[in-house]
Design a protein around this ligand. Structure first.
Ligand code: DMJ
Length: 457
C-alpha cells in the first residue's frame, strides 16, 4: 500500500465494531454533494407518487399503484411532504403538493381515522403550511380536521380513543397507549394558538397529563392503557413504539408553549429512563425493556424507532447521554447493512428484519451534529443516506426493505420518508440557517412549529 493510498484509506469513514471512526473533515463540497443527493431523492420519489398515486395517500412503489389508508384519501403524502419541499427549495414539487391540498382535501368524509397518525402527519402538516405560507385555507382545513377529531377526547379520563369517524364523530378502541395519547399536544396546542380557542390545548393537555399522573412509583409509563378506566393494560416500559413520542412531546411542548407542567413531567420521566433502561455494551448504549413498576428487565430488544432518543437527549442538552446511544444506533445500522425494525442486542439476532424508510437514526445524527459540530455525525448520516439510495431506490421512487440482510424490497413508501427522513438528511448537511432550533420545534413527524413567544424557564 503506498503512502497516499494508505492516507486516503484512513481518511475514509471506517467501521470498527459498528462504530464510526471518522478520520477526516467533512468538507463543504461533500456537504453540497449530499444535499444534491437528498434533494434528488425527494424529487425522484415525488415524481413516482405523482405518476402512479396522484391524489391518493401513498405510492406502492413496486406495483406502481396508489393506496389509501381509509375509505377516502387524506392526501397523506402531499400534506406530509409539502413543507419538506419548501425547506429544500424544491419549488415545483411544493407547488404541486399545494395544488393537490387546495383542490382535493376535505374532511366531511366517512373515514374512521387513527387520531395519532392523522394528527402528526396531516393536522401538523397543515399547521406548518399555514405558518410557512400564511394562507388561511391551510388553517381552515386544520381547524375543520381538529374539530372532527375532538370527540375522541370525550372519555372519563380525558385520554382519547384511538379512532374517530370524521363524519359521524363515532369513536372506537378504548385501549390506547402513551404515544398515541400524548403525541397530540403540540398540534392541538398550536391549533389553539392560531384559532384563539383554548379548547384544543385544554383537551390535549388533560390527555397527556392523565398519562403522567398514571406513572408508576418509579416514574415509568407502560405501553397500554384503558382510556375509560385509566388502568394499565400492559406494564412493559421502554422508549419504543407506543411510548416513544409521549416522552418527546413532554419536552417539546414545554419548549413550544413554556408550560412548566410539561418540563416537570419530562424531568421526572427522563431521570427514570436514564436510571432503569440503559445497558452499556461494547457496541454502545442500548435501551432495554423493563417492567414499569419494578424496573426489572423484560427484554433486550431495540430497534429503528428507539433511535430517536439519542437525538432527544442531545436536543435537551444532554450530549453525554446521547453520544453512546448514537454509537449503538450506528452499530445497529451498520451491523446488518441497514437497520432492522427490531433486534436483540444481547446476541445480535434480528427480531423484525424490515426497514421501512424510518428517520430516527438520521434525526439523531442531525441533533448531535448541531450540538457537537463533530463531523462524525455527518459521516454517519452520509452512510445512512448512501445506503438508502443504494438499496431502496427503484426506477420510479423509493421502497421499504422486507429484509435488511437480503435487501429484498417491500411494496411501501411511507409518507414520513418525505416529511422526516429526507428532511433531517437535508438539514444535517445544510447551513444552520436552513433551520433555527431556537425559533422552531419539530413535531414528531418533523413538521416545524414556530415558538411564538419563548417562555422557557
Ligand atoms: C413517524 O410517523 C413518527 O416519527 C412517529 O413518531 C414514529 N413513527 C414514524 C417514523 O418512524
Amino acid at each position: 500500500m503506498n503512502k497516499i493510498f494508505l492516507f486516503s484509506f484512513l481518511c475514509m469513514t471506517c467501521c470498527i465494531n459498528g462504530q464510526a471512526q471518522p478520520q477526516a473533515a467533512f468538507t463543504l463540497a461533500m456537504k453540497d454533494e449530499m444535499i444534491t443527493k437528498v434533494k434528488g431523492a425527494a424529487s425522484h420519489a415525488w415524481a413516482g407518487y405523482m405518476a402512479h398515486a396522484w391524489k391518493m395517500d401513498d405510492l406502492e412503489p413496486l406495483t406502481k399503484k396508489g393506496k389509501n389508508w381509509y375509505k377516502h384519501s387524506m392526501l397523506m403524502t402531499a400534506v406530509d411532504a409539502f413543507d419538506s419541499f419548501v425547506m429544500m427549495g424544491l419549488t415545483e414539487e411544493a407547488e404541486q403538493a399545494k395544488d393537490l391540498i387546495f383542490t382535493a382535501v376535505h374532511y366531511d368524509i366517512d373515514n374512521e381515522v387513527q387520531v395519532f397518525e392523522v394528527t402528526i402527519r396531516v393536522l401538523a402538516g397543515l399547521i406548518t403550511a399555514y405558518e410557512k405560507e400564511g394562507n388561511p385555507i391551510f388553517l381552515k382545513l386544520a381547524k375543520d380536521l381538529g374539530d372532527r377529531m375532538m370527540p375522541a377526547f370525550n372519555t372519563p379520563t380525558g385520554m382519547p380513543y384511538r379512532y374517530v369517524n370524521l363524519r359521524t364523530g363515532r369513536i372506537r378502541d378504548s385501549i390506547n397507549n402513551p404515544a398515541e395519547i400524548g403525541t397530540l399536544m403540540m398540534e392541538f396546542g398550536q391549533l389553539s394558538r392560531h384559532t384563539g380557542n383554548n379548547k384544543y390545548y385544554a383537551a390535549a393537555k388533560k390527555a397527556i397529563m392523565a398519562v403522567y399522573n398514571k406513572r408508576s412509583r418509579i416514574g415509568l409509563a407502560g405501553e397500554g392503557i384503558n382510556v375509560v378506566t385509566g388502568k394499565w393494560t400492559s406494564t412493559r416500559s421502554h422508549i419504543s413504539g407506543y411510548i416513544d413520542s409521549y416522552y418527546e412531546y413532554l419536552y417539546k411542548s414545554w419548549l413550544l408553549f413554556g408550560d412548566k407542567d410539561f418540563k416537570k413531567a419530562f424531568k421526572v420521566h427522563n431521570s427514570s429512563l436514564k436510571k432503569y433502561l440503559p445497558v452499556n455494551t461494547a457496541n454502545g448504549t442500548f435501551m432495554r425493556v423493563v417492567d414499569m413498576n419494578t424496573g426489572k428487565q423484560l427484554a433486550t430488544t431495540y430497534g429503528a424507532l428507539d433511535a430517536f432518543y439519542a437525538g432527544l437527549c442531545a436536543f435537551a442538552g444532554d450530549v453525554k447521554t446521547a453520544k453512546p446511544i448514537q454509537e449503538a444506533n450506528y452499530y445497529m445500522w451498520t451491523k446488518f447493512g441497514l437497520e432492522p425494525e427490531e433486534f436483540d442486542f444481547s446476541n445480535d439476532s434480528i427480531r423484525s428484519a424490515s426497514y421501512i424508510l424510518r428517520p430516527e437514526n438520521i434525526e439523531s445524527c442531525f441533533y448531535l451534529y448541531r450540538k457537537t459540530k463533530d463531523d462524525k455525525y455527518l459521516w454517519m448520516g452520509k452512510r445512512m443516506v448512501d445506503d438508502i439510495i443504494q438499496y431502496c431506490k427503484t426506477g420510479d421512487a423509493y421502497a421499504s426493505l422486507k429484509d435488511v440482510v437480503t435487501k429484498e424490497k417491500a411494496n411501501s413508501m411511507q409518507s414520513f420518508f418525505f416529511a422526516e427522513t429526507l428532511k433531517y438528511a437535508y438539514l444535517l448537511f445544510a447551513e444552520e440557517t436552513a433551520f433555527n432550533l431556537q425559533k422552531e420545534v419539530f413535531n414528531t413527524e418533523a413538521h416545524p412549529f414556530k415558538i411564538i413567544e419563548s417562555k422557557k424557564q
